[in-house]
Design a protein around this ligand. Structure first.
Ligand code: SF4
Length: 399
């Protein structure tokens, strides 16, 4: 039985290689721990956890109590930092949390909700192979409605209809329904955005749960299949967890080992030939420069070829000598086959005993079928030989 969390699936969807490094190879965390955004998230959540635990002991903490707790939690978290953060950034983040708590206290005091759980894990079995689990900020009861509360401290988050964000909430709602559904008729999400000073509520029904759970089960089974193929002898035929680079890489702790990003960490090793000594950086720069020049020359060559051909054709001559050398004007006929005629032509060639000479196996089609796993390479290793070619792609920086 495998257990998945929403952040696992989300990591896989963003970059399968990052998923592999963390969840398959067990190489460490998926985010950098010493980020002020993450610390603010933790400290804010832990302060509200303190608030509701106090409340369940019939104590209503004052704003001053909360602030004392808040500052203590910041100190605890900062003591785990490898390097102290920049002072100006730290005060910006702590101030942001203070404003969030002031608003929260003013808005929700005296905190009269029937709390059923704070920072609790829920777990639900999705089928005979897959389990899903997630952590809830708070769970309240309100009549026959069970209310799941989530505090959103990231400034990038907005209460919109973003499908992906909603899917996470629906999966959690499924877990809550599974664990508490018999006692409650409805499930409601309450999202609290302290940076916007807003809350946002919506209901989740069975149909939506069914659709999202089915979609995510498909993704989870796909990951299971990839994991089992990754562990086999034929793992290197197809990359089961290809890296997908993008802006998200800047938060990835695996950049130093990732094939898409590790070049940024390469030493300036000196490479030499009889004529020069260069670093990787200067070689790359030379390549980009020459590549650009060759593209420009290629375009100029095409243009000159067209002009010379037109002139020679107009003069009805096939060659021209100059001091630099000679050119010849040549023509050749090409034939194409309309797609509607393909089958008829095959029949005709077959009747003429010429079909074998004109048909050949399409290796690029076979490569694509292996890549998308329609063909299983482990069944073909005695029929198909794998070789690897490599090339570089360059892009000139905009000036
Ligand atoms: S650096 Fe980027 S491409 Fe590489 S594993 Fe991390 S997220 Fe994926």
């Amino acid at each position: 039985m495998s257990t998945y969390s929403y952040s696992q699936i989300s990591t896989f969807k963003t970059c399968p290689r990052k998923y592999q490094y963390h969840y398959v190879d067990g190489l460490g965390k998926t985010t950098r721990e010493d980020s002020l955004v993450l610390t603010l998230w933790n400290v804010f959540h832990e302060t509200l956890e303190y608030l509701y635990r106090q409340k369940s002991n019939t104590l209503v903490p004052s704003l001053e109590d909360l602030m004392t707790q808040y500052h203590q939690l910041w100190s605890q978290h900062l003591s785990a930092y490898a390097e102290p953060p920049v002072e100006s950034e730290l005060s910006m983040f702590t101030l942001r949390g203070i404003e969030y708590l002031q608003w929260y206290h003013e808005t929700y005091e005296p905190f009269d909700v029937r709390v059923m759980g704070i920072e609790d894990w829920i777990s639900v079995r999705l089928d005979e192979q897959i389990n899903f689990r997630g952590k809830l900020d708070r769970l309240d009861a309100d009549g026959d409605t069970i209310v799941i509360t989530d505090y959103k401290t990231s400034r990038r988050l907005m209460p919109d209809d973003d499908d992906t964000n909603r899917e996470q909430l629906v999966l959690y709602a499924h877990g809550v329904k599974h664990n508490y559904g018999r006692k409650f008729g409805q499930i409601q999400w309450l999202l609290i955005y302290p940076h916007l000073r807003k809350e946002y509520r919506f209901m989740i029904d069975d149909e939506e749960i069914w659709l999202v759970v089915s979609k995510y089960l498909t993704i989870m089974h796909d990951i299971e299949t990839r994991k089992s193929k990754h562990d086999t002898l034929f793992a290197d035929w197809v990359d089961q967890f290809p890296p997908i680079a993008g802006n998200h890489c800047q938060w990835c702790p695996f950049m130093q080992i990732c094939p898409k990003r590790r070049h940024q960490y390469m030493d300036e090793e000196i490479l030499s030939s009889d004529l020069w000594e260069k670093t990787i950086t200067t070689l790359v720069e030379d390549y980009i420069r020459i590549n650009e020049q060759s593209k420009a020359l290629e375009a100029e060559k095409k243009y000159l070829s067209k002009l010379v051909s037109e002139r020679l054709e107009a003069k009805d001559i096939t060659a021209r000598d100059t001091e630099a050398g000679s050119v010849w004007y040549q023509t050749r006929d090409f034939y194409s086959i309309p797609t509607t005629a393909t089958e008829d032509l095959k029949q005709y060639l077959d009747a003429q005993w010429l079909l074998d000479q004109t048909l050949k196996l399409d290796t690029s089609a076979i490569t694509n079928l292996i890549k998308d796993e329609t063909l299983d390479m482990s069944q073909l290793d005695w029929l198909v030989v794998k070789s690897t070619s490599s090339w570089i792609v360059s892009k000139k920086k905009k000036e």
